[in-house]
Design a protein around this ligand. Sequence first.
Ligand code: F6P
Ligand code: MN
Length: 331
Amino acid sequence: MTTLTSYLDTNKNTEITPALKDVITTITEVGKTISQLLRKGALADILGEAGQENVQGETQKKLDVLANDLLLDALTHNQHCAGVASEELDDATPANTEGSLLVLFDPLDGSSNIDINMAVGTIFSILPYQRQGHLSTNSDFLQAGNQQLAAGYLLYGTSTVFALTVAEGVAMFSLDPDTGDYILIENDVRIDADTSEYAINSSNYRYWLAPMQQYIDELIAGKTGVRGRDFNTRWVAAMVGDVHRILCRGGLFTYPFDTKDPNKPGKLRLMYEANPTSLLIERAGGAATDATARILDISPTDIHQRVPVVLGSKNEVDYIKKLHLQHADND
Ligand code: F6P
Ligand code: MN
């Protein structure tokens, strides 16, 4: 049996530096606390909107706010962490000027799932920091996803699972609630290039671009259409859950470009959601694009920018990309 601690210690990969080990351990320790709070559910008096009062007249903290505060506090106290950026906070928080790492996180992805007892997760990304001696600022975080030193997520589902990529490959661990250890359950996660399963919120159909409408039309036509086989939909409503399913059994996930809100080119956040999940998916043999360009090569201009996302089994991702490029040529 291999624990996360022994995996990080004994992994031959020299790119797992002591600083990375320490920061990853901090994140997974906070993950245990978040997992316990979620297990208690309504009993922990944590459900509902932040700012509301509970029966004792105390102000409640919504669980995503609580998860954010726990991660922020633990990471800013980690000596290796030079700065922390959260999806929940407008600006990054500078931490230790001698630290070599920057950490970004989505504290509770899919948080609307909490109130209905469904899966949610914590997604994180770790970037290098090179301006030792100076306080980090938002602009230090504006690095392409291909610069990530590590990325992963904690999924709080029927069990708590931790997925991690550092330097190469993807490993998966399961939290043993009795011992508090993360136990290695998969050393080298791989995604098949082909799939018959896809995830999309189809209620946005009328806002999509023509190539995405064409793609979904073809999947729905199944055996009777150009694809010549049937497809099946699965939608967790928490990206982290859909990504986990794809790492487990393949599939295609997309939150594509839409015209619903002209100020938002996509729904998902590049730095907290798209980059870390794209790194995991690529390292497991899948692909991730905004429909035409590789997500990991996008140069960010804002820590909170949004991006269209298409990721998962390589042949489907490539096919969607081909449809978009063909349409662009015809325009
Ligand atoms: O964080 C954004 C998010 O909650 C994702 O986790 C999820 O995939 C998506 O939004 C769900 O969006 P919708 O409301 O369209 O189902
Ligand atoms: Mn999210």
